[in-house]
Design a binder for this molecule. Structure first.
Ligand SMILES: [Zn+2]
Ligand SMILES: [Zn+2]
Length: 110
């Protein structure tokens, strides 16, 4: 496995990319999809590694809590960190659905 120190800069200007489908990194050529896959793998590892018992802030039940952080978007600054919360599985799924619905609203208006 190679570790890239490239910060990745993905063009969002046509014809190489768009705001929804950025083009490959202008420095190392990695595609946006590959970066997203890698981010997802790291997130899964992080979620599994940080899951713990506790009281869910949303429903107040004592359950296994999972780390929830909305994925960053192409138009956000590279070092922007979305807020992290710890939610039970039910609330986690609800938050993910809500996030995706919000995203669909944003994308739908472009
Ligand atoms: Zn790169
Ligand atoms: Zn909950």
């Amino acid at each position: 496995m190679t570790v890239s120190l490239c910060k990745h800069s993905h063009p969002v200007q046509p014809p190489v990319g768009t705001i929804l489908r950025p083009g490959p990194c202008t420095d190392c050529g990695i595609t946006w999809d590959e970066v997203q896959d890698e981010v997802r793998r790291q997130e899964d590892a992080l979620i599994n590694g940080t899951a713990h018992e506790g009281t869910c802030p949303d429903c107040g039940q004592h359950r296994t809590l999972l780390r929830f952080q909305p994925p960053s978007q192409p138009w956000e600054p590279f070092d922007y960190e979305p807020p992290v919360s710890f939610l039970c599985l039910d609330c986690y799924n609800a938050a993910a659905i809500e996030f995706n619905a919000g995203l669909a609203a944003v994308y739908g208006s472009i």
